[in-house]
Design a protein around this ligand. Structure first.
Ligand SMILES: *Cc1c(COP(=O)(O)O)cnc(C)c1O
Length: 401
């Protein structure tokens, strides 16, 4: 018996649910790539991306995914043999570091602690020890989608400043942009990257990058730059070169609509919505964890991200739970990824175009699965989620007249 008819919930941390408005905006014939109105759409998206990144710097749109934006960040402001310091906090930070090694950079990893965010003091200590200033860039991830940990990007900036170090600060905001605050200029981030298919609610296929003045100055002498990623050629007046070739038109039409939706809701409200839905998810996971068979991967409650919750499953094989949720109930959950979590965790996304019924529905289905599969768990997780959300949304009562 299944209860999976109806709209399937895609509760994975990317790609996320694409709003009908975004799908509709893409449903149109191709247009002339040399037309002025397409150029205007590009310029308006580049301008609105500045708002989303919180920067007065330059923004770029690549026909690429997040990995493309990663490569763009490294290639545009570094040179062969430069040392970069990767702040380990989960699989994504590590994978970005591996890419740096393949590009010919000298990669040093600041070791992380399992299930923990980057330690700002450890970063400061490492940079203070670098008296010769050999480290050219520090690479951090805001929300590591594998571990479910959120890093404190402004605190890591302060650590760099406290050490008096001149390294570039490169930040991956792929799984956090438009889901939680990101203030590129205020936090003195030199390069930030994102992708279309997470908080930005657009199908996969676009990579975004924002670059500040310091990064652009380094760009002048960077020898890893190749034509496709090159900021300079994309900065020129020719629309065709903004994409180094044909504009990925339909994705850009979708992005335009998604940016309108973000502006309508407001970045602050979007961050608050993510915080509430994450809070409801954490209330459920905390309750279920009382049974001992599952647990938060992020050890410290203050380091649990607002866009994805990674749940370790020491007491059972998560494959059966995932299959039950998808095939019997129509909810697709994320698998555990990375050496420590593959086969031993699952992930619940609360990222992008997501609302209360989607999150509460997902949590209710997980609880049904725990019951149906006989997995030991603290009862009442779905109830705890409803209570969390209800309390957060309660209007302050007027004093009785
Ligand atoms: C998804 C993700 C990436 C990679 O993006 P792709 O589009 O899959 O290449 C990088 N970093 C983080 C934090 C992510 O969540």
């Amino acid at each position: 018996m299944t209860v999976s008819r109806g709209r399937e919930f895609l509760s994975i941390p990317g790609p996320t649910t694409v709003p009908d408005r975004v799908l509709a905006a893409m449903h149109r014939p191709a247009v002339d790539i040399y037309a002025d109105d397409l150029f205007d759409v590009t310029l308006s998206c580049l301008a609105d991306l500045k708002t989303v990144f919180g920067t007065g710097g330059r923004t770029y749109i690549y026909a690429a995914n997040g990995h493309g934006a990663w490569e763009a960040a490294l290639a545009n402001c570094l040179s062969r043999g430069d040392r970069v310091l990767v702040l380990e906090s989960g699989m994504f930070a590590s994978a970005w570091g591996e890419m740096a090694g393949v590009l010919g950079l000298d990669v040093e990893v600041l070791p992380g602690r399992p299930g923990r965010a980057v330690d700002a003091e450890a970063l400061a200590a490492r940079l203070e020890a670098d008296r010769a200033g050999e480290i050219e860039a520090v690479m951090a991830v805001q929300i590591d989608t594998a571990s479910g940990v959120v890093n404190d990007i402004p605190a890591l900036r302060r650590a760099i400043d406290d050490a008096g170090h001149d390294a570039l600060y490169l930040v991956d905001a792929v799984a956090s942009l438009a889901c939680m605050p990101f203030e590129m200029d205020a936090w003195k981030v030199d390069v930030a990257v994102a992708g279309s298919q997470k908080g930005l609610m657009t199908p996969p296929g676009l990579g975004f990058l924002a670059a500040g003045d310091k990064a652009r100055a380094r760009h002048e002498s960077a020898d890893l730059v190749t034509r496709y990623w090159d900021w300079t050629s994309r900065d020129g007046p020719e629309h065709y070169m903004k994409y180094c070739g044909t504009c990925p038109e339909h994705l850009v039409f979708g992005l335009r609509e998604a940016l309108d939706m973000i502006a309508e809701e407001g970045l602050d409200n979007a961050a608050r919505r993510h915080a509430l839905l994450a809070g409801a998810t954490r209330a459920a996971v905390a309750r279920w964890s009382e049974g001992g068979a599952l647990a938060f991967n992020a050890v410290d409650p203050s380091e649990r991200s607002n866009s994805v919750t990674t749940v370790r499953t020491p007491g059972f094989d998560p494959a059966a739970l995932l299959a039950f949720c998808k095939e019997r109930c129509g909810v697709v959950l994320g698998v555990g990824i990375g050496p420590e979590l593959s086969g031993g965790a699952f992930r619940i996304a609360h990222m992008g175009h997501v609302n209360a019924p989607m999150t509460l529905g997902t949590l209710g289905v997980i609880e049904s699965a725990l019951i149906a599969l006989g997995i030991a768990h603290g009862a009442g997780g779905a109830q705890a989620a409803a209570e969390s959300l209800g309390a957060a949304l309660a209007e302050p009562r007027e004093a009785a007249a």
